[in-house]
Design a protein around this ligand. Structure first.
Ligand SMILES: [Zn+2]
Length: 409
């Protein structure tokens, strides 16, 4: 079948219109989950869904689902992402995947293309975890990883509760989570990194989504006078912590090019200029798309921490702050995406997603895969986040073809 292309101007128009909701200085967006701006964005998208003839449903955690019927009453092919942003977000992270889904439906409607299976466009609640720190909250509830009661009880950094805010903005729906099971889930997203731009390629076909481990490390030593304690008589936890952190790049490269290690928080106590600290506390974020490699990185880091701490007579304790295993994308979906990119003549890269996405949660209930487009300068979670209208169109074209293939299989 000769398939049409996505309307570039119309897609760009949707992106611009949605970005007005929660707009901040510098062209960015702040639509924290379940805030007034999030409500305005949701209202806009729900209105567009209805305008396209979709049947719109809301589940109990506020996930929005718009369904276009198929010729057969079968499980839908789902296209989704999220509408919430971090506090200084860009206009594409999340929004692009949902709006491209709307444009897929728009294009099916324009050309009177019917599909065997229904096509559903989905917007998940609180993917970012910026206000309520449970990331990918909506998809976790959808997949049964979190109960509705657990989600409603989650307390935000501003003291608010998810349940109360869902009711306040009118998005505590009546549908039980996960009732509508997909036959496949596709998520189109901006890369949020520099790999596609560096390689000069137009489409990223995600083969795996990174696993993440968060550790909090506490080094305890002996606090003492900065002037009277000889350098060889110290048990300085700050020194130990900084030695460990300074060797993270070395540890990462000993695992391989896909290993990421980041210290994002580092503090010394008591924190006085003339006092050798008593305690150092720091975090490490470990990521890899391969479970064995991630475990090896964890093992080496933990060994390293204990060895380094012991060298200067300090002790280390390590606390897990959470762990998400890596997920491999479903190969039939990856193949459908690759076929689409090839048909369209777009040069592509098979790659790892270093960021977390709802797709990795959805992979627990159905085959799931992701498509990336280049992010200018590799920048995201910033008002400077940008991908060109041509890139947006190319990604949506690949999505469109993949959806048509999967919805007719
Ligand atoms: Zn996102």
């Amino acid at each position: 079948m000769k398939l049409p292309c996505i309307n570039k101007e119309r897609l760009w128009g949707l992106v611009q219109k949605l970005a007005e909701k929660g707009a901040i200085a510098g062209g960015g967006v702040c639509r924290l989950a379940l805030s007034d701006a999030d409500k305005e964005g949701r209202d806009l998208v729900v209105g567009w869904m209805r305008g396209l003839g979709l049947t719109v449903r809301m589940d109990q955690v506020g996930n929005i689902m718009g369904t276009r019927p198929g010729l057969k009453d079968e499980l839908p092919v789902v296209v989704g992402s999220h509408l919430d942003t971090v506090s200084t977000g860009g206009l594409l992270d999340g929004a692009y995947g949902v709006l491209a889904g709307l444009e897929v439906v728009n294009t099916l409607n324009d050309f009177n293309i019917e599909t065997e299976r229904p096509v559903m466009v989905m917007a998940f609640t609180n993917e970012e975890g910026a206000r309520y720190t449970t990331v990918m909250m909506g998809s976790k509830a959808f997949c049964g990883e979190l109960s509705v009661e657990e989600v409603w009880a989650i307390k935000g950094l501003d003291g608010s509760r998810v349940g109360e805010e869902l009711h306040r903005i009118g998005y505590a729906g009546d549908l039980a989570c996960g009732v509508l099971r997909p036959c496949a889930y596709l998520e189109l997203h901006v890369e949020q990194g520099p790999m596609l731009e560096r390689a000069g390629l137009q489409i990223g076909i995600v083969e795996a989504i990174t696993g993440v481990t968060w550790l909090e490390i506490t080094i305890r030593g002996v606090s003492n006078h900065a002037g009277t304690t000889p350098m060889d008589a110290r048990h300085d936890p700050g020194l130990v912590a900084s030695r460990i952190v300074s060797r993270l790049p070395e540890l990462a490269s000993s695992i391989g090019p896909d290993q990421r290690l980041t210290c994002g928080r580092f503090s010394l106590a008591p924190g006085a200029v003339n006092v050798i600290p008593q305690e150092a506390v720091f975090t490490v974020d470990l990521r890899n798309g391969d479970e064995d490699a991630l475990q090896e990185a964890e093992r080496r880091l933990i060994q390293w921490i204990h060895e380094t701490a012991a060298q200067v007579g300090t002790t280390a304790s390590i606390r897990s702050m959470g762990r998400t295993p890596p997920v491999r994308c479903a190969s039939p979906l990856v193949k459908a995406i690759e076929r689409s990119a090839k048909d369209l003549g777009y040069p592509f890269l098979r790659m790892l997603s270093g960021a977390c996405h709802d797709a990795q949660i959805m992979a627990s209930v159905c085959p799931a895969a992701m498509i990336f487009i280049p992010s200018r300068g590799g920048i995201s979670h910033s008002p400077a986040e940008y991908s060109s209208p041509d890139d947006l169109q190319r990604g949506a074209n690949v999505l469109f073809r993949a959806v048509v293939q999967l919805a007719n299989e």
